[in-house]
Design a protein around this ligand. Structure first.
Ligand code: AKG
Ligand code: FE2
Length: 318
């Protein structure tokens, strides 16, 4: 495989890289100040999730078998920690969703179709973390598609060096059906004429790969911790891994703008899917563009009643 790392500074370069190779490294995605603020918030949250016994951890990496939720075991060296559901864990995590470059790539990869966040986690990777299984993110879709329905923005809050477990990507693999999980990766890579390339990058870069591209988290043998935000963006009809309309805390919901909510999947697109109806008579949680009245099980002479929309001061949407 003759391939040099596909790096971009502009959306135009990045789109060309995504088309040609299925990924791009986008340098200077964040300012140095943004890197510091996001990294400090993430590391504090990660430390306290360990201290409070609610951390998602593994000593051996991002493999299903080794991952557990709790406090670190005595003497355990943490190889992998995920801090999930970041929109609940600090405003800077929501702000970074609005970076225009992400939306330039989304418009290109999704050909103008609507999309939202499908999962959003901080990832800390340390020594002893093993290489993840080779996969494509739309692997679960039982169809071979001529386009991606998801893509990842992996925002680097530390440098990504090869021995720190930098993401390994197979350039050009987006043109092929997904690899067969847990089957000799080297043979499959040879068959498509590709190989694994570590996406090395400086802190503040973002790695983008589309969901047909074969990739895996690298293994770490370094004393330095790889720190990143992993954001999966999906077209609106995909059932997301993390369903933010149900996950966002009430106090966070109260702070969200409609633009935030749309990125988190509160919008019903083309009248298809994702209706949110009130759970209690005074529930304010709703779609950004459609509202439904509160309607419980009604009985003649019963004590429970519906709440018509005008009481909520709301307008039915499109
Ligand atoms: O953490 C990584 O390098 C890759 C994780 C991954 O496979 C993904 O986010 O889709
Ligand atoms: Fe992945």
């Amino acid at each position: 495989m003759e391939h040099s790392l596909a790096v971009a500074h502009t959306a135009e370069q990045g789109k060309d890289n995504l088309d040609a190779y299925g990924y791009t490294v986008h340098e200077d995605f964040l300012t140095a100040e943004e890197v510091t603020a996001l990294r400090e918030r993430l590391e504090e949250q990660a430390e306290l999730e360990r201290a409070e016994g609610v951390a998602m951890l593994s000593s051996s990496g991002h493999s299903d078998a080794g991952v557990y939720v709790g406090a670190p075991k005595p003497g355990e060296r943490i190889g992998f920690q995920a801090v999930r559901f970041l929109p609940n864990k600090g405003r800077p995590f929501i702000d970074v969703l609005h970076k225009p470059i992400t939306h330039d790539y989304a418009a290109h990869l999704f050909r103008g179709e609507a999309y939202n966040v499908a999962s959003y986690a901080g990832i800390l990777l340390g020594k002893g973390s093993s290489r993840q299984v080779l996969h494509a993110d739309q692997q679960a879709i039982p169809l071979v598609l001529d386009r991606p329905v998801m893509f990842v923005a992996m925002i680097c809050l530390s440098d990504f060096e090869a021995d720190m477990g930098a993401t390994l990507v197979a350039p050009g693999s987006h043109r092929f059906p997904a690899p067969v999980l847990r089957t000799d990766p080297d043979e499959q890579l040879r068959d498509i004429g590709s190989g694994l390339m570590p996406l090395t990058a400086k802190a503040g870069s973002a790695l983008f790969w589309e969901s047909r591209t074969w990739h895996c988290q690298g293994g770490s043998t370094s004393d330095k911790t790889r720190v990143s935000l992993g954001i999966h963006w999906a077209q609106h009809f995909i059932k997301p891994q993390d369903f933010y309309p149900a996950i966002v805390h009430d106090d966070v919901y109260a702070t969200l703008t409609d633009a935030d909510k749309d990125l988190l999947g509160f919008k019903v697109v083309k009248e298809y899917a994702g209706a949110i109806a009130p759970r209690t008579p005074d529930d304010r949680r709703t779609n950004t563009n459609v509202r439904h009245p509160y309607v419980p099980e009604l009985h003649k002479g019963g004590a429970r009643h519906a709440v018509p929309l005008d009481v909520m001061g709301a307008v039915p949407g499109s």
